[in-house]
Design a protein around this ligand. Structure first.
Ligand code: TXA
Ligand code: MG
Length: 310
């Protein structure tokens, strides 16, 4: 308990000085900085090697703090009440007098906002008087980090502090929904879109490959393990690592189980760390078994398809 308090204090100290640090969320680790500070946000872009035209998500503790920066609407309230804090990001209209740095939004008039569920992150946000801009804690286009050691692997000594919150529960990024127009899904993620449809009581538009590319998570090359990957494979080649979702009678050295019970949630939780492990184990190619395209399986297939564009 005592160490939790002192770690949060340490994290706050860096953030108050406009430094960026890594924070745990229920989805993936974030690379966080004061969203009201140009200096802090510029550091995030530099560290991540992220193109400046790719806007960031602002993380808030509660709706009161959000209202200072964004206009909210009925659909937002419904979804917020049901799913936040949790793995959903809302695109909302920015208020004219919002204090959000122009570097967060790339000067657009909308803001991506999220209320993370991880208790450590929430404790930290509660102690700050600004929201945190935080993209996933990885070098641009690479695999997201799902534990503290992944963050160190990505950034080495360039990262000043990692608030260690253990392994991320969900393991894939948040679902992004644009609420500035007819509700539209911009990125599949940790929250199953059929649950969103149940709450809004209508079908929602899916636009995860926009030609306008308003969410560069929509870019084809993303979430890349850095070696070729192919999907829907029945029989892997001998020199390929084989990612599976269901236990086989005979297991070979190159078999890596996302889940042994066909459990899609567990598979999502294991996805990024297994891809990292396969690369470390020296494989030059990855084959993936067909993943059922239901629930969070849609998110898994989205990430794997993008990773296969390498
Ligand atoms: O789970 C998550 O969402 C994690 C954790 C750290 O919260 N964050 C994350 O951030 O995945 P990032 O930066 O890797 O992905 C955010 C996505 C990007 O694809 C970005 O283009 C999109 O959100 N985005 C940000 N602002 C936007 C806006 N105003 N309109 C549309 N898309 C936006
Ligand atoms: Mg990312």
């Amino acid at each position: 308990m005592k160490s939790i308090q002192s770690n949060i204090k340490k994290a706050k100290k860096y953030l108050d000085k406009n430094d960026c640090i890594a924070v745990p969320t229920e989805t993936v680790y974030g690379l966080a900085g004061n969203a009201y500070s140009n200096i802090a946000v510029k550091k995030i872009f530099k560290l991540k090697k992220r193109p400046v035209n790719n806007p960031l998500i602002a993380h808030y503790y509660d709706i009161n703090k959000l209202k200072q920066d964004c206009h909210i609407n009925d659909d937002f309230i419904k979804l917020f009440n049901k799913f936040s804090p949790g793995p959903i990001t809302f695109i909302l209209k920015l208020k004219k007098d919002s204090k959000i740095s122009n570097f967060v939004t790339n000067k657009q008039k909308t803001l991506a906002v999220r209320f993370p569920k991880h208790l450590l992150f929430r404790k930290l946000l509660k102690n700050l008087n600004y929201p945190l801009a935080a993209p996933s804690a990885n070098i641009s286009t690479k695999l997201s980090s799902v534990q503290a050691s992944d963050v160190i692997e990505e950034f080495g000594s360039k990262i000043k502090y990692v608030l260690n919150g253990g392994k991320c529960q969900i393991g894939v990024e948040s679902t992004i929904i644009n609420l500035t127009t007819k509700p539209t899904i911009l990125r599949f993620g940790g929250l199953d879109i059929s649950k969103i449809e149940q709450i809004l009581k209508r079908r929602i538009i899916i636009n995860t490959n926009s030609k306008k590319k308003i969410a560069p998570g929509q870019f084809p090359l993303h979430y890349s393990p850095g070696i070729p990957l192919r999907t829907n494979v029945k029989d892997p080649k001998n020199d390929e690592a084989f990612l599976l979702i269901k236990k086989r009678k005979i297991t070979f050295k190159n078999y890596y189980y996302l889940s042994k019970k066909n459990d899609l949630k567990q598979a999502a939780k294991n996805l990024y760390s297994l891809l990292r492990r396969i690369k470390k184990d020296g494989y030059k190619m990855i084959a993936v078994e067909k993943i059922p395209n239901i629930g969070i399986g849609k998110t898994l297939n989205d990430r794997l398809n993008r990773a296969s564009k390498f």
